[in-house]
Design a protein around this ligand. Sequence first.
Ligand code: G1P
Length: 299
Amino acid sequence: MTDFHSVTKAVVPAAGLGTRFLPATKATPKEMLPIVDKPAIQYVVEEAVSAGLLDVLMVTGKNKRSIEDHFDRAIELEDVLEAKGDDERLSKVREPADLATLHYVRQGEPRGLGHAVLCAKQHVGDHPFACLLGDDLIDQRDELLKRMIEVRQTHGGSVIALMEVPQEQVSLYGCAAIEPTSDDDVVRVTDLVEKPPADEAPSNWAIIGRYVLDPAVFEVLENTGPGRGGEIQLTDALRTLAGRGEDEGGPVHGVLFRGRRYDTGDKLEYLRTVVKFAADRPDLGPDFLPWLKEFLASR
Ligand code: G1P
């Protein structure tokens, strides 16, 4: 019998236009921009897999075909590397295709994150599922998603990830009003606002791009009108679910995340992320860091 309570599927919205990175993103999806030598989206799929989610649905759009190619076999390239006996590169080329079972659905028109999630309805069906936003990378040493799945198993409903941000940054995020629970890192979410002005924010706990969603979110999204920016907002649907009891798809809990998050959707943060990842790499860090120190000393 199917276990309707277990989370096995991940949804990765990847339909955004990537306007902040033009002209690099004119013909290349922003999700394919490399963090050192791996596209950002591969880190996200790896994170889903390490939380036990082997069925990944990408919600893509126009100009996103290279994402499908990346997670597919590349037989010609593999043949060349195999003939050369270059096993190391061969395994790097094969890795993305072997990670998980990837599925794709296209979001015909860019109508917002909530609408992108709604595109997953048919694939997901009547099960809770995880949703991972490609702009946010969570350090693999900090196990956020597993904890969120545990919280869903204990409390039911939906679970969001919250991170404390400085007051002047709350307007960049969805923001939550929260109440404590008996667990230090878990809160009950009582209200949510998408990108509020700093002086209207219910707290400085910001939603970061990881969600475990009850399938009731689909019905709510179908009845959620355009919100901030004229787009259908996932935050608005979660606000509705936060006011509901467990028999109607509620409530919403938050996991307070105090680990390392990298925002690759912003140019400056993207640069910081690449530098941090390079510094941590055993094959690059030992050469890169002394150079970086010298470079900074010379400025
Ligand atoms: C989206 C969500 C927002 C959340 C953010 C996290 O916004 O709508 O609630 O705080 O992701 O990265 P976006 O950054 O896509 O505008």
